[in-house]
Design a protein around this ligand. Structure first.
Ligand SMILES: [Zn+2]
Length: 326
Protein backbone atom coordinates (compact mmCIF):
# COMPACT_ATOMS: atom_id res chain seq x y z
CA UNK A 1 0.00 0.00 0.00
CA UNK A 2 1.43 3.38 -0.91
CA UNK A 3 0.89 6.15 1.58
CA UNK A 4 0.13 9.60 0.20
CA UNK A 5 2.79 12.23 0.92
CA UNK A 6 1.99 14.54 3.82
CA UNK A 7 2.80 18.25 3.88
CA UNK A 8 2.56 20.04 7.23
CA UNK A 9 2.45 23.75 6.49
CA UNK A 10 3.58 26.71 8.54
CA UNK A 11 3.93 25.04 11.96
CA UNK A 12 6.54 25.89 14.56
CA UNK A 13 8.92 22.95 14.27
CA UNK A 14 10.66 22.17 17.55
CA UNK A 15 13.21 19.36 17.76
CA UNK A 16 15.80 19.71 20.54
CA UNK A 17 17.84 16.81 19.11
CA UNK A 18 18.54 18.98 16.03
CA UNK A 19 18.59 22.28 17.97
CA UNK A 20 15.69 23.25 15.73
CA UNK A 21 13.03 25.82 16.59
CA UNK A 22 11.63 27.54 13.52
CA UNK A 23 8.48 28.10 11.53
CA UNK A 24 8.60 26.12 8.29
CA UNK A 25 6.91 23.54 6.05
CA UNK A 26 7.64 19.84 6.56
CA UNK A 27 7.20 17.15 3.93
CA UNK A 28 6.81 13.47 4.81
CA UNK A 29 7.10 10.80 2.11
CA UNK A 30 6.71 7.09 2.86
CA UNK A 31 6.61 7.80 6.58
CA UNK A 32 9.94 9.63 6.58
CA UNK A 33 10.75 13.34 6.77
CA UNK A 34 11.90 14.29 3.27
CA UNK A 35 12.37 18.05 3.55
CA UNK A 36 12.03 20.90 6.00
CA UNK A 37 11.99 24.23 4.24
CA UNK A 38 10.52 27.74 4.45
CA UNK A 39 8.18 27.03 1.56
CA UNK A 40 7.48 23.67 -0.05
CA UNK A 41 5.35 23.56 -3.21
CA UNK A 42 2.27 21.35 -3.40
CA UNK A 43 2.12 18.20 -5.51
CA UNK A 44 -0.53 15.90 -6.84
CA UNK A 45 -2.17 13.55 -4.37
CA UNK A 46 -0.54 15.21 -1.37
CA UNK A 47 -2.32 15.60 1.97
CA UNK A 48 -1.85 19.10 3.35
CA UNK A 49 -2.26 20.13 6.98
CA UNK A 50 -2.35 23.80 7.92
CA UNK A 51 -0.33 23.94 11.15
CA UNK A 52 -0.18 27.71 11.56
CA UNK A 53 -0.03 28.54 15.26
CA UNK A 54 0.63 24.87 16.12
CA UNK A 55 3.70 23.05 17.37
CA UNK A 56 5.24 20.34 15.18
CA UNK A 57 7.45 18.08 17.31
CA UNK A 58 8.81 14.56 17.41
CA UNK A 59 6.28 12.22 19.09
CA UNK A 60 6.02 13.08 22.78
CA UNK A 61 6.64 10.42 25.43
CA UNK A 62 4.65 10.28 28.67
CA UNK A 63 6.51 8.21 31.27
CA UNK A 64 3.62 8.10 33.75
CA UNK A 65 0.11 7.07 32.72
CA UNK A 66 -2.54 4.86 34.25
CA UNK A 67 -4.34 2.88 31.56
CA UNK A 68 -7.09 1.22 33.56
CA UNK A 69 -7.07 -2.15 31.83
CA UNK A 70 -7.34 -4.80 33.21
CA UNK A 71 -10.10 -4.29 35.77
CA UNK A 72 -11.07 -0.65 35.27
CA UNK A 73 -12.43 -0.74 31.72
CA UNK A 74 -15.41 1.44 32.74
CA UNK A 75 -12.85 4.24 33.21
CA UNK A 76 -10.54 3.54 30.29
CA UNK A 77 -9.25 0.71 28.15
CA UNK A 78 -5.80 0.47 26.66
CA UNK A 79 -7.38 1.27 23.30
CA UNK A 80 -9.10 4.46 24.50
CA UNK A 81 -6.01 5.41 26.50
CA UNK A 82 -3.67 5.25 23.52
CA UNK A 83 -6.22 7.08 21.37
CA UNK A 84 -6.20 9.88 23.95
CA UNK A 85 -2.40 9.80 23.93
CA UNK A 86 -2.03 10.29 20.19
CA UNK A 87 -4.68 13.04 20.24
CA UNK A 88 -2.34 14.92 22.55
CA UNK A 89 0.77 14.29 20.45
CA UNK A 90 2.10 11.39 22.53
CA UNK A 91 3.43 8.45 20.53
CA UNK A 92 4.73 6.43 23.51
CA UNK A 93 3.48 6.03 27.07
CA UNK A 94 4.67 4.11 30.13
CA UNK A 95 1.74 2.30 31.77
CA UNK A 96 1.64 1.90 35.55
CA UNK A 97 0.82 -1.54 37.00
CA UNK A 98 -1.81 -0.62 39.65
CA UNK A 99 -4.61 -2.29 37.72
CA UNK A 100 -7.01 -4.96 38.96
CA UNK A 101 -5.43 -7.46 39.15
CA UNK A 102 -2.10 -5.74 39.72
CA UNK A 103 0.46 -6.38 36.99
CA UNK A 104 2.96 -8.33 39.07
CA UNK A 105 3.86 -11.13 36.67
CA UNK A 106 4.67 -11.77 33.01
CA UNK A 107 1.05 -12.55 32.01
CA UNK A 108 -0.04 -9.02 32.91
CA UNK A 109 2.82 -7.47 30.96
CA UNK A 110 1.96 -9.61 27.94
CA UNK A 111 -1.70 -8.61 28.16
CA UNK A 112 -0.85 -4.88 28.12
CA UNK A 113 1.53 -5.30 25.19
CA UNK A 114 -0.98 -7.41 23.23
CA UNK A 115 -3.82 -4.92 23.77
CA UNK A 116 -1.53 -2.05 22.81
CA UNK A 117 -0.49 -3.83 19.64
CA UNK A 118 -4.13 -4.45 18.76
CA UNK A 119 -4.98 -0.78 19.31
CA UNK A 120 -2.07 0.17 17.02
CA UNK A 121 -1.76 3.78 18.18
CA UNK A 122 0.83 4.99 20.70
CA UNK A 123 3.49 2.51 21.79
CA UNK A 124 2.94 1.27 25.34
CA UNK A 125 5.90 0.45 27.59
CA UNK A 126 4.55 -1.26 30.72
CA UNK A 127 6.05 -1.12 34.19
CA UNK A 128 5.54 -4.09 36.48
CA UNK A 129 4.83 -3.96 40.21
CA UNK A 130 7.64 -3.96 42.77
CA UNK A 131 5.73 -6.18 45.19
CA UNK A 132 3.20 -8.97 44.76
CA UNK A 133 -0.30 -7.45 44.47
CA UNK A 134 1.40 -4.16 45.42
CA UNK A 135 1.04 -5.18 49.03
CA UNK A 136 4.58 -4.18 49.93
CA UNK A 137 5.37 -7.55 51.50
CA UNK A 138 7.36 -9.62 49.00
CA UNK A 139 8.89 -8.95 45.60
CA UNK A 140 6.93 -9.54 42.40
CA UNK A 141 8.30 -11.73 39.57
CA UNK A 142 10.70 -9.02 38.41
CA UNK A 143 12.94 -11.06 36.11
CA UNK A 144 10.02 -12.72 34.33
CA UNK A 145 8.29 -9.36 33.85
CA UNK A 146 11.45 -7.87 32.34
CA UNK A 147 11.70 -10.86 30.02
CA UNK A 148 8.08 -10.26 28.99
CA UNK A 149 8.78 -6.59 28.19
CA UNK A 150 8.54 -4.54 31.42
CA UNK A 151 10.75 -1.44 31.26
CA UNK A 152 10.83 -0.80 35.01
CA UNK A 153 9.06 -1.54 38.28
CA UNK A 154 6.92 0.61 40.57
CA UNK A 155 4.28 0.32 43.25
CA UNK A 156 2.89 3.70 42.20
CA UNK A 157 -0.39 4.31 43.99
CA UNK A 158 0.55 1.97 46.85
CA UNK A 159 4.09 3.02 47.71
CA UNK A 160 6.45 0.54 49.35
CA UNK A 161 6.67 1.42 53.03
CA UNK A 162 9.22 -1.28 53.93
CA UNK A 163 12.72 0.14 53.39
CA UNK A 164 14.24 -3.35 53.43
CA UNK A 165 11.97 -4.48 50.60
CA UNK A 166 12.78 -1.32 48.63
CA UNK A 167 16.49 -2.03 49.04
CA UNK A 168 15.99 -5.57 47.76
CA UNK A 169 13.92 -4.27 44.82
CA UNK A 170 16.74 -1.92 43.84
CA UNK A 171 19.31 -4.71 44.04
CA UNK A 172 17.16 -6.96 41.84
CA UNK A 173 16.34 -4.18 39.40
CA UNK A 174 20.03 -3.43 39.02
CA UNK A 175 20.75 -6.99 37.95
CA UNK A 176 18.08 -6.65 35.24
CA UNK A 177 19.30 -3.18 34.23
CA UNK A 178 15.95 -1.48 34.84
CA UNK A 179 15.10 1.46 37.10
CA UNK A 180 12.90 1.32 40.18
CA UNK A 181 10.32 4.08 39.92
CA UNK A 182 8.82 5.28 43.17
CA UNK A 183 5.79 7.30 44.17
CA UNK A 184 7.49 8.87 47.19
CA UNK A 185 4.95 9.02 50.00
CA UNK A 186 5.11 7.87 53.60
CA UNK A 187 1.54 6.71 54.07
CA UNK A 188 1.79 6.81 57.85
CA UNK A 189 2.30 10.56 57.57
CA UNK A 190 -0.21 11.25 54.81
CA UNK A 191 -2.90 8.60 54.73
CA UNK A 192 -5.82 10.63 56.04
CA UNK A 193 -5.00 13.77 54.05
CA UNK A 194 -7.03 15.05 51.12
CA UNK A 195 -4.97 18.13 50.21
CA UNK A 196 -1.70 19.88 51.04
CA UNK A 197 -1.22 20.43 54.77
CA UNK A 198 -1.06 24.14 55.44
CA UNK A 199 -3.04 27.29 56.07
CA UNK A 200 -5.76 26.47 53.54
CA UNK A 201 -6.34 22.92 54.81
CA UNK A 202 -6.60 24.34 58.32
CA UNK A 203 -9.10 27.00 57.24
CA UNK A 204 -11.19 24.47 55.30
CA UNK A 205 -11.08 22.02 58.21
CA UNK A 206 -9.52 19.29 56.04
CA UNK A 207 -6.73 16.95 56.99
CA UNK A 208 -3.59 17.57 54.96
CA UNK A 209 -0.69 15.65 53.49
CA UNK A 210 2.46 17.39 54.73
CA UNK A 211 5.45 17.96 52.41
CA UNK A 212 7.48 15.84 54.78
CA UNK A 213 5.47 12.72 53.87
CA UNK A 214 6.98 13.03 50.38
CA UNK A 215 10.39 14.33 51.46
CA UNK A 216 11.09 11.38 53.77
CA UNK A 217 10.62 8.83 51.00
CA UNK A 218 12.61 10.91 48.51
CA UNK A 219 15.52 10.91 50.95
CA UNK A 220 15.09 7.18 51.68
CA UNK A 221 15.08 6.30 47.98
CA UNK A 222 18.10 8.47 47.22
CA UNK A 223 20.11 6.89 50.04
CA UNK A 224 19.09 3.38 48.98
CA UNK A 225 20.02 4.07 45.35
CA UNK A 226 23.37 5.39 46.56
CA UNK A 227 23.92 2.32 48.74
CA UNK A 228 22.97 -0.20 46.07
CA UNK A 229 24.49 1.71 43.11
CA UNK A 230 21.20 1.28 41.30
CA UNK A 231 18.92 3.56 39.28
CA UNK A 232 15.93 5.19 40.91
CA UNK A 233 13.27 7.29 39.19
CA UNK A 234 11.25 9.58 41.45
CA UNK A 235 7.69 10.10 40.30
CA UNK A 236 5.63 13.31 40.38
CA UNK A 237 7.98 15.30 42.63
CA UNK A 238 6.07 18.21 44.19
CA UNK A 239 8.06 19.66 47.11
CA UNK A 240 10.81 22.28 47.24
CA UNK A 241 12.86 20.26 49.73
CA UNK A 242 12.48 17.11 47.61
CA UNK A 243 13.84 18.94 44.54
CA UNK A 244 16.80 20.18 46.58
CA UNK A 245 17.54 16.67 47.91
CA UNK A 246 17.54 15.30 44.35
CA UNK A 247 19.85 18.12 43.24
CA UNK A 248 22.33 17.30 46.02
CA UNK A 249 22.15 13.55 45.31
CA UNK A 250 22.86 14.15 41.62
CA UNK A 251 25.88 16.20 42.60
CA UNK A 252 27.09 13.23 44.65
CA UNK A 253 26.72 10.98 41.60
CA UNK A 254 23.56 9.12 42.64
CA UNK A 255 21.83 7.59 39.60
CA UNK A 256 18.53 9.41 39.96
CA UNK A 257 16.06 10.72 37.42
CA UNK A 258 12.94 12.61 38.43
CA UNK A 259 9.71 13.78 36.89
CA UNK A 260 7.08 16.38 37.75
CA UNK A 261 3.60 16.94 36.39
CA UNK A 262 2.37 20.02 34.52
CA UNK A 263 -0.16 20.72 37.30
CA UNK A 264 2.56 20.84 39.95
CA UNK A 265 4.33 23.46 37.84
CA UNK A 266 1.47 25.90 37.58
CA UNK A 267 -1.27 25.21 40.16
CA UNK A 268 -1.21 25.65 43.93
CA UNK A 269 -3.26 24.52 46.92
CA UNK A 270 -5.38 27.67 46.43
CA UNK A 271 -7.26 25.71 43.75
CA UNK A 272 -8.83 23.53 46.47
CA UNK A 273 -10.38 26.59 48.13
CA UNK A 274 -14.18 26.40 48.05
CA UNK A 275 -13.91 22.61 48.45
CA UNK A 276 -13.11 22.19 44.75
CA UNK A 277 -12.78 18.44 44.31
CA UNK A 278 -11.39 18.91 40.78
CA UNK A 279 -8.20 20.10 42.46
CA UNK A 280 -7.86 16.96 44.56
CA UNK A 281 -4.91 14.84 43.49
CA UNK A 282 -1.98 12.88 44.80
CA UNK A 283 0.54 14.28 45.52
CA UNK A 284 -1.59 17.30 46.36
CA UNK A 285 -1.17 20.72 44.80
CA UNK A 286 1.26 22.52 47.07
CA UNK A 287 2.43 26.10 47.64
CA UNK A 288 3.78 28.78 45.31
CA UNK A 289 7.22 28.17 46.82
CA UNK A 290 7.04 24.49 45.88
CA UNK A 291 5.89 25.34 42.33
CA UNK A 292 8.82 27.73 41.95
CA UNK A 293 11.23 25.02 43.13
CA UNK A 294 9.82 22.54 40.60
CA UNK A 295 10.27 25.13 37.82
CA UNK A 296 13.83 25.77 39.01
CA UNK A 297 14.41 22.00 39.11
CA UNK A 298 13.58 21.77 35.41
CA UNK A 299 15.68 24.75 34.47
CA UNK A 300 18.87 23.36 36.04
CA UNK A 301 18.25 19.74 35.00
CA UNK A 302 17.50 18.36 38.48
CA UNK A 303 14.13 17.26 37.09
CA UNK A 304 14.36 15.85 33.60
CA UNK A 305 10.92 14.85 32.38
CA UNK A 306 7.37 16.19 32.42
CA UNK A 307 4.92 13.36 33.10
CA UNK A 308 1.15 13.74 33.19
CA UNK A 309 0.16 11.05 35.73
CA UNK A 310 -2.87 10.61 33.45
CA UNK A 311 -5.29 8.71 35.71
CA UNK A 312 -8.94 8.60 34.62
CA UNK A 313 -11.68 8.08 37.20
CA UNK A 314 -15.34 7.34 36.75
CA UNK A 315 -17.93 10.11 36.97
CA UNK A 316 -19.45 8.91 40.24
CA UNK A 317 -16.01 8.67 41.83
CA UNK A 318 -15.40 12.31 40.97
CA UNK A 319 -18.81 13.45 42.25
CA UNK A 320 -17.89 13.09 45.89
CA UNK A 321 -17.18 15.54 48.66
CA UNK A 322 -13.67 15.94 50.03
CA UNK A 323 -13.20 13.56 52.95
CA UNK A 324 -13.74 15.38 56.23
CA UNK A 325 -11.85 14.44 59.40
CA UNK A 326 -13.57 11.64 61.33
ZN1 LIG B 1 1.70 8.17 42.02
Amino acid sequence: MTVRPLLIRGGRIVDPSQSMDKTADLLIIDGKIETISDKIGGMEGIIEIDAKGQLVTPGLIDVHVHLREPGGEHKETIETGVKAAVSGGFTAVCAMPNTDPVIDGPAGIRLVLAQAEKAARARVHPLGAISKRQEGKSLAAIGEMVEAGAVGITDDGNPVMDGGLMRMAMEYAKSFNIPVADHPEDLDLSRAGTMNEGLISTRLGLLGKPNISEDIHIIRDLLLAELTHSRVHLQHVSTAFGVEMIRQAKNRGVQVTAEATPHHLILTENEVDGYNTNAKMNPPLRTLEDCAAVVEGFSDGTLCVYATDHAPHHYDEKEQALRMPQ
